[in-house]
Design a protein around this ligand. Structure first.
Ligand SMILES: Cc1ncc(COP(=O)(O)O)c(C=O)c1O
Length: 368
């Protein structure tokens, strides 16, 4: 039997009757936009994230754009972010007219390196947008210290990390604001697009709430040029049904990561690290191999799926050519982009499937 990279529906298949029931309740209610389901999900998500406020939006990309707008970041401003991430991270910065400034990453966790961030600060820097990549929390304490020293806002792009913790505290309430995606492959999935902004700051909550509805509080008076970017009632009802399952699913992902280690995967490829105090949620399980193309081909032959993510980092993408980054300017980013390979990881992966993955890897590459 082929082993998939992820299995989106297996985790919630036993909940289908309940999911159909709650969708039916929304249909019967006749309320589809900004109703009681969204309001309740916002309360429940804020509680899960230890955040004072949460605002549902249309997707994780809009969550980033609205957060930057709420922070009044725009033309002439710089925002420091990684180049090894999904494109939406730097894209959102350009979308508000600001300039992304790329800083290098920690090779162990794939997250921003606080020293590299510090070195990238200029008089135009307004914020740092860190990414909890693959579900591993960024080094928030060190990043916060850099931001405090320079008077910068700190945004968490937590699209891949709902439920991850750092020193026991969930990501999502650790910076000025955090953003989430509920794209169907994410750890907390919707059945379509969805997103969220969480924050401890009432001024940001207020601004994001206005921005998601055309810059208006009351649908009559328009204070800002905003967006139509709302989480809908159906998605909110689905998310409310799945949220109580998330901790269990994330624990299963962590157990699977531990099992890969116990099975000796690390004898053949570099395993993702775990920083002190970090409780990652393994949205993706990305290993490193200097022979990753050969490894991917050998896995494919044995029916084991794998995937390259972010193999052309953003400082070298055509859209950012005008920023003038040369190859070699972000060495750890470029090495991660050249060596990273995501292996099968999902809450319902079995020990037998993981054994097959490790055997397939072992037969393809010599021990390191
Ligand atoms: C790190 C990161 N940021 C932002 C996004 C954007 O989220 P969405 O696809 O919901 O717009 C994603 C997910 O696709 C992501 O992985």
């Amino acid at each position: 039997m082929p082993i998939p990279l992820m299995d989106v529906s297996a985790q919630w298949s036993s909940l289908v009757p309940r999911l159909k029931a709650v969708m039916g309740e929304v249909v019967d209610s006749g309320r589809f936009i900004l109703g009681p389901q969204v309001a309740a999900f916002e309360r429940e998500a804020a509680e899960a994230l230890d955040a004072r406020y949460a605002v549902g939006v249309a997707n994780g990309t809009d969550a980033l754009v609205l957060t930057l707008r709420a922070l009044e970041i725009g033309p002439g401003d710089e925002v420091i972010c990684p180049a090894y991430t999904f494109y939406a991270t730097p894209e959102s910065i350009s979308a508000v007219g600001a300039t992304p400034v790329f800083a290098d990453i920690d090779p162990d966790t794939f997250c921003l390196d606080p020293e590299a961030v510090d070195a990238a600060v200029t008089p135009r820097t307004k914020a740092v947008m860190t990414v909890h990549l693959y579900g591993h929390p960024s080094p928030m304490r060190a990043l916060k210290a850099v931001c405090d020293r320079h008077g910068l806002a700190l945004v968490e792009d937590a699209a891949q990390a709902f439920g991850a913790r750092l020193d026991g505290t969930p990501v999502g309430g650790l910076g000025d604001a955090a953003t989430f995606s509920f794209f169907p492959t994410k750890n907390l999935p919707a059945f379509g697009d969805g997103g969220l902004v969480s924050t401890q700051r009432q001024d940001l909550e207020d601004a994001v709430r206005m921005l998601r509805f055309h810059g208006s509080r009351d649908k009559q008076t328009f204070e800002l040029v905003g967006y139509n970017s709302r989480l809908d009632e159906l998605q909110a009802a689905i998310l409310r049904t799945l949220l109580p399952e998330l901790d269990g699913w994330n624990a299963a992902r962590r157990a699977a990561a531990e099992r890969y280690r116990e099975l000796g995967l690390g004898e053949h490829v570099g395993l993702p690290g775990v920083a002190d105090g970090a409780e990652p949620v393994y949205h993706l399980y990305t290993v490193r191999s200097p022979e990753r193309e050969r490894l991917a081909a050998a896995l494919r032959e044995r029916g084991v799926a794998s995937a390259l993510y972010y193999h052309r980092p953003h400082h070298l993408q055509p859209v950012f050519a005008h920023l003038g980054y040369a190859p070699g300017s972000l060495p750890e980013t470029e090495r991660a982009a050249a060596e990273g390979l995501a292996l099968p990881m999902f809450p319902t992966i079995t020990a037998e499937q993981q054994r097959d993955v490790v055997e397939a890897v072992a037969s393809a590459v010599a021990p390191v």
